[in-house]
Write a protein that binds this ligand. Structure first.
Ligand code: KG4
Ligand code: ZN
Length: 341
């Protein structure tokens, strides 16, 4: 089965083809530069950029992969969560193709697709625990099958990536600041600056990063840290450490509930963070298990993860009708896939 995947939930337009579980072609257009001057994603601008880019990207994908539109067996598009205007562009394009080519359609949960993308390079293991850490989401899942995810915890306010982006922005680092903070932290001296670990004195698996964001900005203000300050690497290390330790604490708690689970999947843009990857790998090694994160390009939003999730679920017979809705962030995702024989 050849599955076309379309990702347009935020500020990256990604299209890819997956055939029999392998990526047969992928194209990605990042809008980062268009949004950077605003210090964050501007939803209206994002939708217009998706609308401008999606058609030409589809042509480039076909040209590069040598596939013809008629070769596509299934069309998968991100249905949410994300920015509604952006999601609608990808889904409308997917619906038009499904109608025009007379092929089935599947709406994909963006967060599940992030976690399932580990299957592109490794055989997926179930049951497992999944941790999504991105600019918009921080969530823990029990993963029992490709179509059976139970959310165990989520952020009550800001996502982990938001802490990096906003604290970095305050220090004069360009949006999105996570990668630069990760690089700078490698030159930092451990223990010179310390930030609080947020929302751990409770029994639940939820996160709350808004307090850490404020504490980090207050710390940077008090120390006068800007993009050329000599203590910037120490500040970045303190930020990395606070986020990594908080993620490990709650993920450890989730794993305590399921002692037989030995696999942790980690995905989303913040999963590219070297310190967080190491900390989660150590957490799992201590438990005799392993943390699996997709290759770095697959950690960010991309079309391959949607095409792969579409292929995986499509092979099992899951479909949506043309009435499938796009679901913005904050609205529950309907469980409305249809199983065809
Ligand atoms: O998953 P993603 O590409 O987009 C969504 O938010 O859905 O994640 C982007 C986020 C941004 O907040 C960015 O600063 C962060 O991932 N990020 C990182 C690193 N690379 C990207 N954060 C920490 N360390 C990194 N190396
Ligand atoms: Zn994402």
């Amino acid at each position: 089965m050849l599955c076309l995947g379309i990702e347009s939930s935020c500020d990256d337009t990604g299209l890819a083809l997956v055939e029999d579980g392998c990526v047969a072609g992928a194209v990605l257009a990042s809008q980062t530069d268009a949004h950077a001057i605003f210090g964050g994603v501007v939803p209206e601008l994002a939708s217009r950029e998706h609308f401008r880019l999606i058609g030409p990207l589809f042509d480039i994908l076909l040209r590069r992969s040598g596939a013809k539109p008629q070769d596509i067996d299934l069309i998968a598009a991100t249905r949410g969560p994300g920015l509604l205007g952006s999601l609608l562009v990808g889904m409308a394009f997917a619906k038009a193709l499904a109608l025009g080519l007379d092929r089935p359609l599947l709406g994909i949960n963006h967060l599940h697709a992030h976690l399932l993308s580990a299957g592109i390079d490794n055989k997926l293991i179930f049951p497992s625990v999944g941790l999504i850490i991105s600019g918009g989401h921080t969530e823990l899942y029990l993963m029992e099958a490709a179509d059976k995810f139970t959310r165990l915890g989520r952020t009550l306010d800001d996502a982990a990536g938001e802490v990096f982006d906003k604290a970095g922005n305050f220090c004069g680092l360009a949006y999105p600041a996570g990668r630069r903070i990760d690089e700078l932290a490698r030159q930092g001296q451990p223990g010179r600056l310390k930030l609080p670990l947020p929302y751990l004195k409770n029994e639940n698996l939820d996160f709350s990063f808004s307090g850490l964001k404020t504490a980090a900005i207050n710390c940077a203000r008090a120390q006068g840290i800007d993009a050329v300050h000599p203590d910037l690497p120490d500040f970045c290390l303190a930020l990395n450490t606070a986020v990594a330790e908080t993620l490990c604490a709650k993920t450890g708690r989730a794993l305590d509930l399921y002692p037989r689970i030995k696999t942790l999947y980690v995905a989303g843009g913040v999963a590219a963070n070297s310190q967080i990857r190491t900390a989660l790998a150590e957490l799992m090694a201590k438990r005799g298990g392993q943390a699996i994160a997709p290759a770095l390009p697959l950690c960010m939003d991309n079309g391959a993860m949607i095409a792969y999730a579409g292929w995986l679920l499509g092979e099992q017979g899951f479909r949506h009708g043309l009435e499938v809705e796009s679901i913005p962030r904050g609205r529950p995702m309907p469980e409305d896939m249809i199983l065809v024989s």
